[in-house]
Structures are given as C-alpha cells and as structure tokens.
Design a protein around this ligand. Structure first.
Ligand code: B12
Ligand code: SF4
Ligand code: SF4
Length: 300
C-alpha cells in the first residue's frame, strides 16, 4: 500500500493529496450514480477546502447556532473518548461541496410544488454517497496514521429544535463557511462558486492542512438580495411561503416537507423528501450570482 509513504510531507502536498482523493472517489465510486438511471452521476466535481480546527469562528458558532454546537477540537476528542486538551496542537477540518448534477437541477426547474424523483434520490442516495465519502476519508487518514472523524457519523451527532426550527450540533454549511467555501443567503442555502444546488460534508483530523482564506466580505455577500436588494427569486420559488424578505422560516419549510409532500416518500421509495425548489431556477442555482452580475457589468 502506497498511502503510508505520504505521511509528514509538506502541508501543501498533503492538501493536494486529500483534494485528489475526494475527486477520485467522486469520479469512480459506483455509489455516485442515480439508481433508476443507466449511469447518471449524482454529483459533479467537488470543491474542497480546509479550515484551521482552532479558528475562533468555531467558538462563535456556539452563539450564532447554539451552545451545543461542537468545535472541531471537541468533535474529534469525543470521537476518541478523550478531552479536547488531549488532542494534538494542530487540527484541521476538511470541507467539501458536492454540486448536484445538471440533469437533476434541470428536472427540478420544471416543478412548482414537488421535487422530481431525481431530486429526491439525490437527497436519499446522494447523502448515502456523502456518508461513504466521509468514511473513505476517515479510513485513509487513519491508514496514514492520523486521527480523523466525521462528526455527522458519530453517535453524539444530534438535531434539536427550538422555536426557530431544527438545528444540529455540527452544521455542515457553517463548517463550509469557515473553510471559505461560500456565504449564506436569503433562502439560507450556502452560495458557493458552484451555487446553492449542492450537498456538503466534512471531516476533522490532526493532519495539518493550510487553512483556505475566507474572502467573503460578510456572511451573506454572495446573495443578490443582501448586496443590492434585488433578485428575491427564491421567495417566488418556495411553495410553502417559507422564504420572505425576513429570511427563511425553518418551521414552515419543515412542515411542508413533513406534511404536504410526505406522500412522496412512498411513491419514490425513499426515507425522506425535501422539495429544494428554492435551489433551482434561481440565479444562484449553480454559480456565485454576485460575481456573475459584476462580470456582466464590467463587460458592458
Ligand atoms: C436541520 C436541517 C434542515 C432543517 C432546517 C434547515 C436550516 N436552515 O438549518 C430543514 C428541515 C428545514 C431543512 C431543509 C432543507 N435542507 Co437541510 N439540513 C438540516 C441539517 C441536518 C442541520 C442544519 C443546521 O444545523 N442548521 C443550523 C442553523 C442555525 O442554520 P441556519 O438557520 O441555516 O443558519 C443561519 C444563521 O446561522 C445565519 N447567521 C446569522 N448570523 C451569522 C453569522 C455568521 C458568521 C454565519 C456564518 C452565519 C450567520 O446564517 C444562516 C442562514 O440565515 C443539515 C445537515 C448538517 N448537519 O449540517 C441539512 C442541510 C442544511 N440541508 C440541506 C438541504 C439540501 C436541504 C433542503 C434543500 C432539502 C432537500 N434536500 O431538498 C432544504 C432546504 C432548506 C433551505 N432553504 O435551507 C443541505 C444544505 C446544502 C446547501 N445547499 O445549502 C444540508 C447542509 C445537508 C447536507 N449534508 O448537504 N434542513
Ligand atoms: S435566489 Fe436570489 S435572493 Fe434568493 S438566495 Fe439566490 S441570490 Fe439570494
Ligand atoms: S426547501 Fe422547499 S419549502 Fe423549504 S424553503 Fe426551499 S422551496 Fe421552500
């Protein structure tokens, strides 16, 4: 096995190695295929970036999300039944974005009330694939001799509810934000350079990786509504009136998923169905719309 030889190489080389592993897994894994099609992929080529495990933003999340939200140090320590202080000095978080394939996005654009089978399968089988990727990275890192854990797969992962709706103790979008992969939006999706129609994931490790810069001006700067009060296309797209100028009403969104379209679980034979209509037929579907509108203006 060649893997152990990579241990101890310079950070930039290790970063390329990890990114390469994620990309190869996505392009070769049979789990990245939609079951009812001949061989259609679920996700396109990913975006992969890194955060410093002790970045102060992770402590800020205890205020922004909830006191129960774990820091990477707590998340890794709990996976090994140790205390955060027992963990090595340097920790990193690997965060990735899995853009949803073109055909699936196009299919959902034609819908006004329910998600297509392709979209529902992307939620169900796509998340199974995302879990497989999480496990794959943890295995590789362990094989090279590093500590690693995917918090979502740990028994301590939990989702709680307050009056604003559900929140978890490891929010993948906030992790991706910390790794400089995008910003939040009016519809609350994370707008990346590949847009909002994606799923995301992460792994914490003691492998030292170079932290990716967070270049966004503020946590909402990729959304047209927050930059120049324009767009609002996601408000029109949402069949549950869950998105307004005040933001995303998680309770309304969840009620739509759990009541109005719950019958689709049986029809599509999946365990959960979310409509995701706010993520297609919108300017932020597959790109950063703010960058796009700037380049349109600059090109006259
Ligand atoms: C609970 C949950 C839900 C709940 C609540 C969603 C929510 N907004 O949190 C419900 C059931 C409504 C839901 C619905 C959907 N979900 Co969901 N869900 C989750 C889950 C399990 C946890 C999310 C969480 O912990 N949220 C924490 C709260 C606090 O986040 P928030 O309210 O959005 O955060 C706001 C504040 O923090 C605010 N903020 C305020 N001040 C500041 C300051 C700073 C510095 C920052 C950074 C932020 C910030 O910004 C945010 C937006 O306004 C994650 C998986 C995971 N473990 O991460 C998937 C996840 C969020 N869901 C996902 C998806 C795809 C969906 C659906 C599209 C369904 C589908 N599959 O078709 C819809 C989309 C709804 C929407 N418009 O966002 C993806 C989102 C990826 C993306 N493209 O953004 C995730 C990440 C799953 C995954 N692995 O990819 N989901
Ligand atoms: S559709 Fe427009 S307003 Fe809504 S999140 Fe995307 S860019 Fe922002
Ligand atoms: S997932 Fe559906 S119900 Fe929820 S905000 Fe988006 S469009 Fe509205």
């Amino acid at each position: 096995m060649l893997l152990p030889k990579i241990r101890g190489r310079p950070e930039a080389e290790m970063a390329r190695f990890i990114e390469g592993e994620v990309k190869v897994f996505i392009s070769t894994s049979p789990a990245n295929r939609l079951p009812f099609t001949k061989d259609d992929i679920i996700f396109d080529e990913p975006l992969v970036q890194f955060a410093d495990g002790d970045d102060p933003i992770f402590t800020d999340y205890k205020t922004i999300i909830a006191p129960t939200h774990l820091t990477p140090r707590q998340a890794l320590a709990r996976a090994y039944s140790k205390t955060p202080e027992d963990m090595p000095a340097r920790l990193s978080v690997i965060s990735w974005i899995l853009p949803i394939a073109d055909k699936t996005r196009k299919s959902n654009r034609n819908e006004a009330l329910i998600p297509t089978r392709r979209w529902a399968y992307t939620r169900w089988y796509g998340e199974e694939f995302n879990d497989a990727l999480r496990r794959h990275l943890v295995e590789i890192l362990a094989e090279i001799g590093y500590l690693a854990a995917a918090p979502i797969l740990q028994p301590y992962f939990s989702i709680d509810t307050n009056k604003q709706g559900d929140y978890s103790n490891w929010s993948e979008r906030h992790i991706a934000y910390a790794a400089g992969l995008g910003t939040f939006s009016l519809g609350s999706s994370l707008i990346t350079e590949r847009g909002v129609a994606h799923r995301c994931g992460s792994v914490v490790t003691d492998l030292a990786l170079p932290a990716s810069p967070r270049t966004a001006e503020n946590p909402y700067s990729n959304c047209l509504f927050y930059t120049d009060d324009s767009c609002k296309a996601c408000i029109v797209r949402c069949p549950a009136t869950a998105i307004t100028k005040k933001g995303h009403d998680k309770v309304k969104c969840e009620t739509y998923m759990h009541n109005d379209i719950v019958y689709l679980r049986k029809e599509y034979e999946v365990g959960i169905v979310g409509c995701g209509l706010c993520q297609t037929k919108v300017p932020c579907e597959s790109c950063n719309p703010v960058k796009n509108s700037h380049s349109r203006r600059n090109n006259g």
